[in-house]
Design a protein around this ligand. Sequence first.
Ligand code: PLP
Length: 415
Amino acid sequence: MTTNISGKLLKSVKTVFGKQPAKKKAEKYHFDLYGRYPITLVKGKGSKVWDDERNEYIDALAGIAVNSLGHCHPDIVKIIQKQSAKLMHVSNFYYNEPQSNLAEKLVEVSGLDRVFFCNSGAEALEGAIKLTRRHAYKKGKSGVILTMDNSFHGRTLGTIAMGKDKYQLGYDPIPSGFNRIPFNDVKALEKRMDESVIGVILETIQGEGGIVEVSPEFLIKARSLCDQFDVPLILDEVQCGIARTGKMFAYQHYDIKPDIVAMAKALGSGFPIGAVAATEEISKAFDHGSHGTTFGGNPLACAVALETLKIIEKEDVCEMARVRGNYMKTRLEDLSTNWNAITEVRGKGLMIGVELSFPGAEVVNEMLKRGVLSNCASNNVIRIVPPLIISKEEIDIIVDVLVESIKIVEKNGEV
Ligand code: PLP
């Protein structure tokens, strides 16, 4: 059955999934790590993807907030072709033009002073942890980094040490030097902050934790306490950064500036790249040989990221995220007024969480059958992080499919 969401939306419900050689091979040869949905994606364009049976889907997940310019943006395809034919990789022993140009651009858009490039979100966070520790070391100190309950910073040992217990299970010994406090709890932060703290880290909007924004009071207090104790405020903008919330970085909605920012995901439009930005003073804690990477900052990844930032500015993608996000959020909030299945709608721009009064896994399955890709964060929050170039019509389809799917799950008594 070919599902064509545009036009025939709710009539075409995919219930039979094909043979999928890729699925069969993965089940035999790949580590069995991911709870995967039973489709094999082969093509993408704009906000849409297609599976190997030519079924069409709206991608409301965008590779988890990665494909912000949509799939296969023509200028991104072009730059990959151009740069890969010129120079793909050289060692960081040498300068390369795309890396220096991207560093300059990121300094301009972040308001920070220097940048280090790596390959993923977790690696950016590892860089941020090491920079924070090294900064303390240079001042003759050591101590703990304060982290937040319900946070998610990646899957390396250092990053799981900062977040939820569930990701630490079976990986003892977990690195020490981190202390978790309740997110958005100003009193807990004030109480815990002392000379033993060498930095405070938080996601400006918690993603995996269920799309939970930092409160202005908490962020401002964290900023002033970090100033008072002369330690860095580190923001993880891996998921919420790079235009998703309607500004280049989510912290730009608040009247503060962090000392260190970690970013990745949307920075490369789907091409792997991560980065850490920091103030001049803090960046100086790293000197020759104290940190590094082979692939990080390679000309190909940097050329793609630079093009991504240029497109975001040229096409005013921040404004698109803001306007379309507001439209979607308003539609969802209206629905929640008289419907207790939706308990809360959260988020900024096109980083939206729809909290349900029951677990969301079945709703995600029903959405998939109806041609919309989404996912469930924190058990009962449907995470909607589509490409930022998504159209109003596509947003309407996502909302309609979500509503239909919730109703089906309610009707089937799976709540
Ligand atoms: N930080 C945040 C806020 C994230 O959402 C993620 C991934 O989802 C990471 C860090 C880790 O990024 P990566 O999966 O690229 O290592």
